[in-house]
Design a protein around this ligand. Structure first.
Ligand code: HEM
Length: 238
C-alpha cells in the first residue's frame, strides 16, 4: 500500500485525482443540464415542461439510494478536486521561477489562474444554488419541497425554478457563474485529456474542439433557463 500512498501524493497522482473527479463532475453537470432543459418542453405544449421537470425531481428525490448515492459521489468528487487543486497550486508556486510568463489560452499560467478564480466563483455559486433551489432557507423563502401524495411524491420543481429566476440580480449571478463554469470546463476538459495520456499534438485540434464545444453547450444551456424565465418566455410574464 506504500506505492499507492506514494502515487496519490505524487504530482502525477494528484493530477489523476483531479482528472477523474473532474470527469465525474462534468458528467453530473451535463446530466443535470439535460434534466433541467426539459423545462423547454413548455414550447411544445403548455404543461409538458412543468410535468417533465417535476417528474425528474420526483424521480431523484423518491429514490433514496439514487439521491444519496449522487450526493455522496458529488461531495467526494468536489472535495478531491479542491484538495488536489490546492496541493498542486502550492507545489507549482514553490517551484515556479519568478519571471515565468506564458499567456496561452487553454494552457499556460493565464489559463491556470483563470481556473483558480473560476473555481472559487463556482464554489460560491454551488453554495448559493443549493440554498436557492434545494434548501430554500432565507434565499428563497417561497421554495416548496416535495410532498408525499398517495403512493407517490409530488415535487414542484417547475414552480420553484420560475419563482427563483424572477429577480434580475439572481439571474445575473447565475449568468456570471455559468460563464465561469464555461471557462473552467474548457480548460478542465482540455487538461483532463492530457492527464489521461492524450497529450499528443496530433490530437490537439480535436481535443480543443471537444473541450470548447462541451463548455459552450453547457454554458448556453444553463444560461438559457434563468434568462428565459426572467424575460417571461417560460412560466409566463410576471
Ligand atoms: C442555471 C442552470 C441550473 C438550473 C436551472 C438548476 C436547477 C436546479 C434545481 C431545480 C435543483 C433542485 C432539484 C431538487 O430539489 O430536486 C438543483 C439542484 C442542484 N444543482 Fe442545479 N441547476 C443549474 C445549474 C447547476 C450547476 C452548474 C451545478 C453544478 C456546478 C448544479 C448543481 C446542483 C446540485 C449539486 C444540486 C443538488 C442536488 C441534490 O438535491 O442533491 N446546478 N438544481
Amino acid at each position: 500500500m506504500d506505492w499507492l500512498q506514494r502515487f496519490l501524493t505524487s504530482t502525477i497522482g494528484l493530477k489523476v485525482i483531479m482528472a477523474v473527479s473532474g470527469l465525474v463532475l462534468v458528467g453530473f453537470v451535463i446530466g443535470h443540464m439535460l434534466g433541467n432543459l426539459q423545462i423547454f418542453l413548455e414550447f411544445v405544449e403548455e404543461g409538458m415542461g412543468r410535468e417533465a421537470l417535476n417528474q425528474y425531481g420526483a424521480l431523484l428525490k423518491g429514490n433514496k439510494l439514487l439521491l444519496w448515492g449522487t450526493r455522496v459521489t458529488l461531495l467526494v468528487a468536489v472535495a478531491a478536486h479542491i484538495y488536489s487543486a490546492c496541493v498542486l497550486t502550492l507545489r507549482a508556486r514553490a517551484a515556479r521561477p519568478a519571471n515565468y510568463k506564458q499567456h496561452k489560452w487553454l494552457s499556460g499560467s493565464y489559463a491556470v489562474r483563470t481556473m483558480r478564480w473560476g473555481g472559487v466563483i463556482l464554489l460560491a455559486f454551488i453554495v448559493y444554488h443549493l440554498l436557492h433551489l434545494t434548501v430554500g432557507s432565507e434565499v428563497t423563502p417561497s421554495i416548496e419541497h416535495c410532498k408525499v401524495v398517495g403512493d407517490g411524491l409530488q415535487c414542484p420543481i417547475f414552480d420553484n425554478v420560475v419563482q427563483g429566476f424572477r429577480q434580475p440580480g439572481v439571474v445575473l449571478f447565475y449568468v456570471i457563474a455559468q460563464l465561469a463554469l464555461g471557462f473552467h470546463l474548457a480548460h478542465g476538459i482540455w487538461s483532463l485529456f492530457r492527464t489521461l495520456g492524450l497529450g499528443n499534438p496530433r490530437f490537439d485540434g480535436i481535443i480543443k474542439k471537444i473541450a470548447v464545444g462541451t463548455a459552450a453547450a453547457v454554458t448556453l444551456g444553463n444560461v438559457a433557463i434563468p434568462v428565459s424565465v426572467l424575460v417571461g418566455l417560460v412560466g409566463g410574464a410576471v
